[in-house]
Design a protein around this ligand. Structure first.
Ligand code: GLC
Ligand code: CA
Length: 558
């Protein structure tokens, strides 16, 4: 087999926990690059983009997005066969080629593992719903109506409406935490576990370097199916794209049952059969001490629990500092975080913050003590593109009138050609329309401009790679300014080098005192590299700087 586990072993030798040093790139396959001209991004398109990702941009690992057989009602998160590739995206051979070509360039491939639910077209569900006596009946969650009739409890789905769907043929309801076409698997059934763990072996054995576990916090529900309490007034979260029905209750029984950790430890044990592989857990925003439990009680859980709480923190220096300090404080011994500021389910960073602050955010993302996870297109400052209803793909919105995630997921703009180089298909056949400003915001045009977003990302990625302080150094937050929203500053220190990072989060000049003078390594504004600054550091409006502190200038080592 091409690209087998031997490749993993080889890469693993290069350094045990490679992901401590890595930058992960979320490509979201259908939106990335179309290799066969049908208008939808695919594995061939991803293979054709590896040189861009590796040598041009400088990331280390690619999180692919789902590519399994699927009716594609939820961009592939509705799987109808876990061990085959959806023909829209390629074949098993294309996957093998992806592994081989990526590994040849020193890039890792992280795939999606979608254990909470299947598609209703999955043969397991077709069997399960066929009769009460079917051996696969308990592979899914079936319940009788409530005593007086109606749904078994009050749980609300992320896509809006009840999580329960009535099945006339067998006279029971089945549970679907998302779309009704996405029935939840029942992880309390032993055969489900064994079969789903074998799915992992299938892909890790083929050379995948890790998994991103979809809604990992949802695998185990309250076995008593108790009602969720209703939410207090004002529970709405400004960044939450879920349906308002969902926000009407506190989701304490339909997810995050303590048994979830036992399942995740089983998943981790299988991942550990393949040395050098990583587990990223998609878990919803929660208090940091709960988040930290996902590392496992004996560090036998997830390597990198996803930090949604940070994505939901308003862009204010004091609040970000508070959350980051809490994150680092809650981290168990031997734990290491991943940081993300954008994601395929959330509003695009440059839309949420505006272009100038999206540049500041880039500096933060790539200079914290964590593995950064970067959403495709954010390196170009891609913004949300309104998608007319007739072109929308997100069934969450189409089915229920909820908020669509399509504007975040428009095609990657590669160049100034037709469809921004994403696809050779006719415009109306594109998966989603290309952003209207793709003539200015695309890879080719930004590569020629040293002041572009892309050039800044490339510089930051190179700086991070070259600096042991930025990759693995300790982090200490510095006092900001007296204005609570303006400056977030921190010191990164390794035995070899030291960097000061200062981020001006507002659109006005300001000044902060930093522990030492130094020279500018990178600034998001016109300031040139090499300028001597500090210890009183004047920052332009929306300016973020990384300052190199030469050994002889250090006042104190933190
Ligand atoms: C995760 C995915 C999201 C998907 C949902 C259901 O939250 O990130 O895109 O819709 O799971 O699978
Ligand atoms: Ca295609």
């Amino acid at each position: 087999m091409i690209g087998g586990s031997a490749n993993n072993a080889q890469l693993a030798d290069a350094g045990a926990a490679w992901w401590h040093d890595a930058v992960i790139y979320e490509c979201h396959l259908p939106s990335f690059r179309d290799g066969n001209g049908d208008g939808i991004g695919d594995l061939d398109g991803l293979v054709a983009s590896l040189d861009y990702l590796g040598s041009t941009l400088g990331i280390d690992a690619i999180w692919t997005g789902p590519f399994y057989r699927s009716p594609l009602l939820d961009q592939g998160f509705d799987v109808s066969d876990y061990t085959d590739v959806e023909p829209t995206f390629g074949t098993l051979d294309t996957f093998d080629r992806l592994i081989c070509e990526a590994h040849a360039r020193g890039l890792r491939i992280i795939i999606d593992y979608i254990p909470n639910h299947t598609s209703d077209q999955h043969p397991w569900f077709v069997e399960s719903r066929s009769s009460l006596m079917n051996p696969k009946r308990h592979w899914y969650v079936w319940r009788d109506p409530a005593p007086g009739g109606g749904v078994p409890n009050n749980w609300m789905s992320e896509a809006g409406g009840s999580v329960w769907e009535w099945d006339d043929q067998t006279g029971q309801y089945y549970l679907h935490s998302h779309l009704k076409e996405q029935p939840d698997l029942n992880w309390r059934t032993a055969d489900v576990r064994t079969t789903m763990l074998d799915v992992l072996r299938f892909w890790l054995g083929r050379g995948a370097d890790g998994i991103r576990i979809d809604v990992a916090h949802m695998l185990m529900k309250d076995p008593g199916f108790r009602d969720n309490p209703s939410a207090p007034e004002g529970n709405d979260n400004m960044f939450d794209l879920q349906h308002p029905d969902f926000g009407s209750q506190l989701h304490i029984h339909d997810r995050r049952h303590p048994d979830t950790h036992e399942v995740l430890a089983q998943i981790r044990a299988v991942v550990d059969e393949y040395p050098g592989t990583v587990t990223i857990a998609e878990i919803e925003a929660m208090p940091w001490e709960d988040w930290a439990r996902y590392y496992g009680s004996a560090m036998d859980g997830m390597h990198l629990p996803f930090p949604f709480r940070l994505l939901e923190t308003p862009w204010r220096a004091d609040l970000l500092r508070f959350e980051l300090e809490a994150l680092y404080e809650s981290m168990p011994d031997g734990g290491w975080p991943t940081i993300a500021l954008g994601n395929h389910d959330r509003v695009r960073l440059a839309t949420r913050l505006g272009a100038a602050q999206a540049r500041v955010a880039a500096v933060m993302l790539l200079t914290l003590a964590a593995t950064p996870c970067l959403l495709y297109g954010d390196e170009l400052g891609l913004i949300e593109q309104a998608v007319p209803i007739a072109r929308q793909r997100d069934y969450f919105a189409r089915a229920t009138g909820g908020v669509t995630r399509d504007p975040t997921r428009t095609p990657m703009p590669w160049n100034g050609g037709p469809n921004a180089g994403f696809s050779t298909a006719g415009e109306s056949d594109l998966w989603l329309p290309v952003a209207h400003n793709a003539d200015d915001v695309n890879v080719d045009v930004q590569l020629t401009n040293p002041a572009s977003f892309l050039s800044m990302y490339r510089d930051l990625l190179r700086l991070r790679t070259a600096s042991s302080a930025l990759r693995r150094g300790k982090i200490a937050f510095l006092p900001g300014t007296s204005s609570r929203d303006s400056v977030l500053a921190y010191l990164r220190t390794s035995p070899i080098d030291q960097k000061i990072v200062a981020l001006n989060l507002v659109d006005a000049p300001t000044a902060v005192r930093v522990p030492s003078a130094g020279t500018v390594a990178i600034s998001t504004t016109a300031r040139g590299a090499g300028e001597t600054v500090g210890p009183v550091l004047r920052l332009a409006a929306n300016e973020a700087v990384v300052i190199d502190v030469p050994k002889e200038l250090r006042h104190e080592d933190h």
